[in-house]
Design a protein around this ligand. Structure first.
Ligand code: NAP
Length: 279
């Protein structure tokens, strides 16, 4: 029977540690502030934003909410981000994605000061990560590394296969696994013989964005499987990119959905916010 990697428990542990750090900072007269900008009222984005605000409140981080109309112009949004960049009392800036089509996301990400870019999406942070310099790291892949480390799963020397090469998950995930001395392969939609490649993995990270895509034919017996995906299945139940029922008896450890990678993303965001006070 596979070991369950409990993201809920590990993320709670991280939040408790951060709460403690924030309380020490407060005693030194330092208060961390995160500015959260949402454009429009997309229901999924509203849920994410609410969860982020709640996490801030729990840990003791002040959050400033900017709820902008769907019709806000790119120039207005750039101006707001620049104002927040200049404010000494604001340490982190988060613009909830996706943005409406008339706004260039890349431009907005580039406008955020790299020192306040708690999502880790700014090209300077991505570049710093690539060359192994201190940087804000994209929260979901950073959370995966914490899940592995805190479950005593060593990465060094392991065959690590990542399915997916997005800028926010797949690519930084591969970079982080490499930094931990894994032997890393990245797969994508043009990969030939995907199953053959994924079956080499001691650690398989799946971020493909297709519900229950990975079945046991993709997985080596005894591998560790990390499922980044999040979807609703035909019964409206949450599921991942991995067919959990099919794979669970075949692997040594696995993250469930929900309760695996998902809760880690927000904890790592909070971690980046706490680190932002030192920049
Ligand atoms: P994405 O931008 O859609 O990227 C999906 C990747 O999978 C792409 O690189 C794509 O390859 C690859 N791919 C698609 N079909 C494939 C196939 N048949 N064989 C091999 N590779 C294939 O997705 P994402 O933003 O990285 O997110 C991935 C999943 O994680 C989604 O389910 C998303 O909802 C979830 N997610 C969860 C969290 C969390 O907090 N838990 C955070 C972020 C994302 P190409 O590049 O060649 O197109």
């Amino acid at each position: 029977m596979a070991r369950l990697i409990d993201g809920k428990q590990i993320s709670t542990q991280i939040k408790e540690e951060l709460k403690e750090k924030v309380s020490v900072l407060k005693q030194q007269g330092k208060e961390i502030t995160l500015a959260v900008i949402q454009v429009g009222a997309d229901p999924a984005s509203s849920v994410y934003v609410r969860n982020k605000k709640n996490a801030c409140e729990y840990i003791g981080i002040r959050s400033l909410a900017y709820e902008l109309e769907e019709t806000v112009t790119e120039e207005e949004l750039v101006r707001l981000v620049e104002e927040l960049n200049d404010r000494e009392d604001v340490h982190g800036i988060l613009v909830q994605l996706p943005l409406p089509k008339h706004i260039n996301e890349d431009l907005i990400i580039k406008t955020i000061s790299p020192k306040k870019d708690v999502d880790g999406f700014h090209p300077m942070n991505v570049g710093a990560l690539t060359i192994g310099q201190p940087s804000f790291v994209s929260c979901t892949p950073a959370g995966v590394i914490q899940l592995l480390k805190r479950s005593d799963i060593s990465i060094e020397g392991k065959e690590c296969v990542v399915i997916g090469r997005s800028n926010i998950v797949g690519k930084p995930m591969a970079t982080l696994l490499l930094q931990e001395n894994g032997t890393v392969t990245i797969c994508h939609s043009r990969t030939k013989n995907l199953k053959e490649v994924t079956k080499r993995a001691d650690i398989l990270v799946v971020a493909i964005g297709k519900p229950k895509f990975v079945t046991k034919e993709f997985v080596k017996e005894g591998a560790v499987v990390i499922d980044v995906g999040i979807h609703r299945d035909e019964n409206n139940k949450l599921c991942g990119d991995v067919d959990y029922e099919d794979v669970v008896d075949h692997v040594s450890a696995i993250t469930p959905v929900p309760g695996g990678v998902g809760p880690m993303t927000i904890s790592m965001l909070m971690n980046n916010c706490v680190e932002s006070i030192n920049l």
